[in-house]
Design a protein. Structure first.
Lengths: 218, 400
């Protein structure tokens, strides 16, 4: 049993990790076909895993409806939306479920007019959230916050025409802030991230870290 | 006036050719390096004067033809434009280069691809004012390559850093290593303790990426450590997922952690759930949960996009302790602004090692830090030598 739950997954991880690493350096068509095969299997695994996700989602909302938890009506909306969309997908604008999805019809309409519009609404909330977060952060209570406040004002003014109207120095300073201190910090973070990714990959490939198999460090 | 100038130019070319200074059309043909095959590369010297209006490359499967048109260009590229294949030699400015993958079959617009392992004969034709000047025939066989030589620098650097990390892992087995304090991880116990005291739940939020991303693996590892603590403190842990594979792995992680703490009865599979599969649906679902259920602590780990601020700002209005960790540098300012503690960049990867205090894992952190110090040293030296006009180090580390 331990072989199936620990050793075999580790062996798979080691073999696929080393193969994936090698493929990056091998441009030969055989290597590319192996990579394509990996990607295909990954898509297959993902396709099946979506069933698990669906079961989890429906079961979560079912328990909310059953127990009449706070906001259970939203869970009812999830069920109704799922049912309606499922019917529209099967209907497929009159073409039935065994052909590729039609680019017109009720499914596309609901997706574009409700789902996309709702997502855009959520995204647009960011403008307000940025304002409230910026308000809290820009209160110059510490030297660091004061520097942040001054930099932010310069960058904001430098990005709009009124900045250049006030002074030519503002857009130039904004450009310097973006391409020197900002770029340096960004590259520093990226360098650390890359090294961290190498270290984590090594730990996983060589089985030093197996907590993702369940049970930290076993 | 321009007509007179063009006549003078043509006359100049005619005299030039008549004088024996021929348009350079002798080529070197070879299999294109660092590719999967099916391609040949042709190089030839750049004409010294603008005597050539365009170049044509012809291909045949026999030395005596028939030669078919494979490529035509009035302004073929230079070897200096492809450092991945030809390096940074100053001489590269003096040579044209063309890659051919197929040729016209002579039937309508049909083109035949070059086949690996087949011998092809190639010749160059230069279109001049006096007609086409054809060069000598060269031959080459296209084929796939087993190593991308442009990635030598990457391989050596990766190998060097890997040796450094593995060396420190071996050292860590023998002696204790000093690891700098990471405030965000030190605060984890405080956040979980607060949730326990308040009798409220802890909400763990995964980023948007799937299980094939290092940041997600790091987040799942942190989840294991968090789950062990919540099992120990008997605190409710809820894990919102956007990816079904991550959800399955997370369920397994949490279950295992509860088992390890001797609390298998406290594990509830429904607490590790799919919130949504779309970015903003996920943000809406999790934000709703934060507002309705009011968890005492929000732990956001993984790779986030625009939903980061939606989640963190909503969370901050609920008064929960927020700890975030991401390697998405574009989202870091949002987390720093709205969360109590933020793990930046590689701290996310270091978290599971830091929390577990496993010597081998801590050794890898030390190796990582030493690797970073080496890179910083190289950056400083590279900056100094590049300032003095020496590009050797810049070229050595160029991603080609």
């Amino acid at each position: 049993m331990l072989f199936m739950t620990r050793t075999l997954p580790f062996l798979f991880c080691f073999a696929f990790g080393i193969t994936g690493f090698a493929i990056y350096y091998v441009p030969h068509q055989w290597a590319q076909s192996v990579e394509r095969e990996f990607a295909l299997w990954l898509r297959l695994v993902y396709a099946f895993s979506y069933i698990l996700g669906l079961v989890s989602l429906l079961s979560l909302h079912w328990s909310k409806i059953r127990q009449r938890q706070a906001g259970w009506a939203y869970s009812l909306v999830v069920y109704i939306s799922f049912g309606v969309m499922f019917l529209f997908v099967v209907y497929n604008d009159g073409k039935g479920p065994f052909t590729s999805q039609a680019t017109t019809g009720p499914y596309q309409w609901v997706f574009t007019s409700i789902h996309v519009a709702s997502s855009a609404t959520m995204f647009s909330l960011l403008a307000f959230y940025i304002s409230s977060a910026a308000y809290r952060t820009f209160r110059a209570r510490t030297p660091e916050a004061a520097i942040l406040l001054v930099s932010a004002i310069i960058v904001m003014l430098g990005r709009v025409p009124i900045g250049a109207y006030i002074s030519d120095v503002i857009p130039d300073t904004m450009q310097w802030l973006m391409s020197v201190p900002n770029m340096a910090a960004k590259r520093g973070i990226l360098m650390g991230v890359s090294l961290g990714a190498i270290a984590t990959s090594l730990r996983i490939i060589f089985g030093i870290e197996r907590s993702y198999l369940g049970g930290a460090g076993d | 006036m321009s007509k007179i100038a063009s006549w003078i130019a043509v006359a100049g070319v005619a005299l030039h050719v008549a004088a024996g200074a021929q348009v350079p059309v002798d080529i070197v043909a070879f299999d294109t390096p660092n590719d999967a095959g099916g391609s040949l590369t042709i190089t030839w010297p750049r004409a010294e004067m603008s005597a050539v209006s365009s170049y044509r490359v012809y291909v045949a499967t026999a030395a005596d033809g028939p030669f078919r048109l494979a490529a035509e260009s009035a302004t073929p590229g230079l070897k200096s434009g492809e450092p991945a294949l030809f390096g940074y030699d100053d001489d590269n400015e003096r040579f044209h280069v063309v890659h051919i993958r197929d040729y016209a079959t002579g039937q309508a617009d049909e083109r035949a691809p070059l086949q690996n392992g087949t011998l092809y004969f190639v010749r160059l034709g230069a279109q001049t004012a006096t007609g086409e000047v054809l060069g000598a025939v060269a031959s080459a066989v296209p084929g796939g390559n087993w190593f991308n030589t442009a990635k030598w620098n990457n391989l050596i650097l990766t190998f060097g850093l890997s040796v450094c990390i593995l060396f420190y892992i071996s050292i860590a087995r023998r002696k204790d290593l000093f690891i700098r304090r990471i405030a965000g991880l030190e605060a984890l116990d405080e956040a979980l303790g607060r949730a326990t005291e308040m009798g409220k739940s802890v909400l763990f939020i995964h980023g948007l990426k799937g299980m094939d991303q290092i940041s997600t693996i790091a987040a799942v590892n942190i989840l294991g450590c968090v789950a062990q603590r919540t099992a120990r403190f008997d605190t409710d842990l809820r894990v919102a997922n956007v990816d079904p594979v991550v959800m399955s792995v997370s369920q397994e992680m949490v279950k295992e952690a509860y088992l390890k703490e001797g609390r298998p009865d406290a594990y509830r599979p429904d607490n590790v759930f799919m919130a949504a599969t779309e970015q903003f649906s996920y943000a809406a679902a999790v934000a709703g949960m934060m507002v309705r259920e009011r968890p005492a602590a929000h732990i956001m780990m993984g790779y986030f996009y625009a939903e980061s601020l939606l989640l963190a700002e909503t969370g901050s209005t609920t008064g929960a302790i927020q700890i975030a960790g991401t390697d998405a540098y574009t989202q870091l300012p949002f987390f720093v602004t709205t969360c109590d503690y933020t793990l930046m960049g590689e701290e996310l990867y270091a978290a599971s090692a830091y929390l577990s205090r496993e010597p081998k894992l801590l050794g890898s952190l030390k190796g990582q830090d030493v690797g970073k110090a080496l890179l910083i040293g190289l950056l400083v030296v590279g900056t100094v030598v590049a300032t003095f006009g020496v590009d050797f180090l810049t070229h050595l580390f160029a991603a080609l």
